[in-house]
Design a protein around this ligand. Structure first.
Ligand SMILES: Cc1cc2nc3c(=O)[nH]c(=O)nc-3n(C[C@H](O)[C@H](O)[C@H](O)COP(=O)(O)OP(=O)(O)OC[C@H]3O[C@@H](n4cnc5c(N)ncnc54)[C@H](O)[C@@H]3O)c2cc1C
Ligand code: FES
Length: 278
């Protein structure tokens, strides 16, 4: 087998149940050498392999500065994610990666950052929040906008409350459906609240992920505010197999989401974004 497809064995050091269907695996490679040399950027993903079940792409949500462990937050949607959902502390899985282009964090130094996410779309962007909040003085304003369907879909609730207390940080949370869970924030679509975000459009960068219609709805007001198409970055998801640009499963026009993305500036994909069939 081509070496590029060979996973390294990692152990589940801790498992956190975030909601009934979402959980976080805290992992460490068994081989110390592999763990010590493992580096990634926020926005990149790994291929997670569960013996006898299958392999899936999952974003890395931890901070790259934490070199002893790395985290994946997974929502159970089908056969493979269900298999991962049954893992316990001490179980072993295969990991290959990291893959893809991460978020433009170097380009964001000294700028306002606007994060817009929907659903579990927050997973790739949470790595940015953790990165920025640990290096708060390197960036200007941080605007965190997260939309969920129901109040009880919001994970990391306590962390949003902590982030809200940081200087120059604004948190805007919205649930599009009413539910019984306590919800002190907005009801409606998060993209209807773009006007509440406070930032300097001449010196800002936006990063977003989640359902494509949600991202589409967020792009227009940002462009109207004066952000350029190059300053709006999107994390895209498609079915993947090889993750290294060989199989064509994630083909997106002339690009491969696994290799050229998953993070793209809007300027680079706007001719395809939202077009049926892509
Ligand atoms: C770059 C990248 C990063 C990702 N990061 C994460 C992450 O951090 N956490 C996470 O939980 N998932 C993430 N995903 C999605 C994850 O890979 C899929 O949920 C998983 O492959 C589904 O496998 P399954 O066998 O459980 O479900 P399947 O049986 O393959 O599918 C079950 C249902 O889920 C739908 N589905 C499958 N894949 C996706 C998808 N990508 N987006 C929306 N719906 C889908 C299918 O249409 C189907 O209705 C990511 C995907 C990509 C491409
Ligand atoms: S997953 Fe094979 S080309 Fe992207």
């Amino acid at each position: 087998m081509n070496k590029v497809y060979l996973p390294h064995v990692a152990e589940v050091v801790e498992r956190v149940q975030e909601t009934p269907t979402i959980f976080t695996l805290r992992l460490r490679f068994i081989d110390e050498n592999v763990q010590n040399n493992y580096r990634f950027e926020p926005g990149q993903f790994n291929m997670l392999y569960l013996h006898g079940i299958g392999e899936i792409p999952i974003s890395i949500v931890s901070d790259p500065a934490d070199e002893s462990l790395f985290d994946h937050t997974i929502r159970v949607v089908g056969r493979v994610t269900k298999g991962f959902g049954q893992l316990k502390q001490g179980d072993q899985i295969g990991i290959r990666g990291p893959y893809g282009r991460g978020w433009p964090l170097k380009e964001s130094l000294g700028k306002d950052i606007i994060l817009v996410t929907g659903g579990l779309g927050c997973a790739p962007v949470v790595s940015v929040i953790r990165y920025v909040t640990r290096r708060r003085d390197l960036f200007k304003r941080l605007v965190i906008m997260q939309g969920v369907k129901r109040a009880d879909d919001l994970i990391w609730r306590e962390q949003y409350k902590q982030w809200e207390k940081l200087h120059d940080t604004q948190v805007i949370l919205a649930a599009s459906e009413q539910s019984h869970a306590e919800w002190p924030w907005h009801t409606g679509h998060v993209t209807d609240l773009m006007h509440k975000a406070s930032f300097n459009p001449a010196n800002a960068i936006a990063m977003m992920c989640g359902p494509e219609p949600m991202m589409r709805a967020a792009i227009e007001p940002l462009l109207q505010e004066g952000l350029s198409e190059q300053d709006i970055w999107l994390s895209m998801e498609r079915n993947m197999q090889c993750a290294v640009g060989h199989c064509g499963h994630c083909q997106y026009g002339a690009k491969f989401i696994c290799k050229d993305g998953p993070v793209f500036p809007y300027a680079e994909i706007k001719s395809l974004f939202g077009v049926k069939g892509y």
